[in-house]
Design a protein around this ligand. Structure first.
Ligand SMILES: NC(=O)c1ccc[n+]([C@@H]2O[C@H](COP(=O)([O-])OP(=O)(O)OC[C@H]3O[C@@H](n4cnc5c(N)ncnc54)[C@H](OP(=O)(O)O)[C@@H]3O)[C@@H](O)[C@H]2O)c1
Length: 231
């Protein structure tokens, strides 16, 4: 199946964690800035995040009242809207993320004006589809229970999407890693150790091989590691 080229772009602690309070510590500030700078430099058609990250980064956890929307029982994808060239792809199997607009409004130009595409499974709340339609937000189906990553990516490719940044968190990264759907790693290592409850770069990972392409040191303390998948 043809699919977009996937670059997993993440900030991590020196002990390989990607979630937790370390992300907001002063020593992580320059790593976050480098992360955003590299994001803007990549030539890509948008980014993918898991449901938890979309809620924490873009919607503030808002959950719509679905009782006022019609249930749509059909499993047909809804892409009959004017598509842009830059996307925020939300892996949201059950349909929870409370968007209020089809486009992301963010102060960072690396995310601003990205057009939301929801990827749902057959377990989605059918009224959520009515809600998305009322907002003009496109959605695609992939998978019965969990999201079938290769199927979702092949559908995204058929919409003309060639390259996407996979930007966390740990759980969605793990799904992509296990499905062997990561072509490149872009890891910004902050000079910080995380707390014990932080999640790793890939939740529930399996063994896979990458080769190191490039390393750069920023501000004398932040390390960028760029790997590509070993063919
Ligand atoms: N260090 C970094 O660069 C970075 C970047 C982004 C985020 N983060 C951090 O990561 C944290 C969140 O990470 P997380 O690992 O808890 O969650 P996450 O990966 O953002 O989201 C996980 C959720 O996404 C849905 N999901 C994604 N892929 C799926 C699949 N293939 N099949 C079924 N469901 C799928 C599920 O939603 P349901 O639960 O609804 O089933 C799953 O529970 C954030 O708080 C943020 O701080 C860090």
């Amino acid at each position: 199946m043809e699919r977009p080229y996937i670059i997993c772009h993440m900030v991590q602690s020196v002990d390989g964690k990607v979630t937790g309070d370390f992300l907001y510590s002063p020593r992580c500030k320059s790593a976050t800035e480098v992360y955003c700078e590299i994001n803007r430099e990549y030539s890509h058609n948008g980014f993918i995040c898991g449901r938890v990250t979309m809620e924490s980064s873009f919607t503030g956890g808002f959950r719509p009242d679905l009782s006022q929307y019609p249930a749509i029982e059909s499993n047909e994808d809804f892409t009959e809207v004017e598509l842009s060239e830059f996307y925020a792809v939300s892996f949201d199997p059950k349909g929870k993320v409370g968007w209020s607009d089809p486009f992301i409004d963010d102060e960072d130009p690396g995310y601003d004006m990205a057009q939301v595409i929801e990827v749902v499974s057959n377990k989605v709340d059918r009224r959520y589809l009515g809600y998305l339609k009322s907002l003009g937000i496109p959605y695609i189906f992939a998978g019965d229970d969990e999201i079938d990553v290769p199927l979702a990516l092949s559908k995204l490719k058929s919409l003309g999407i060639d390259t996407l940044l996979l930007e966390g968190g740990s759980v969605i990264n793990g799904y992509f890693q296990r499905a062997d759907c990561i072509d490149e790693l872009s890891l910004v290592v902050a000079p910080v150790v995380s707390q014990g409850d932080g999640k790793p770069l890939f939740d529930n990972a399996c063994i896979s091989d990458f080769s190191l392409k490039e390393t750069v040191i920023y501000d004398d303390c932040v390390l960028w590691l760029n790997y590509e998948k070993l063919k």
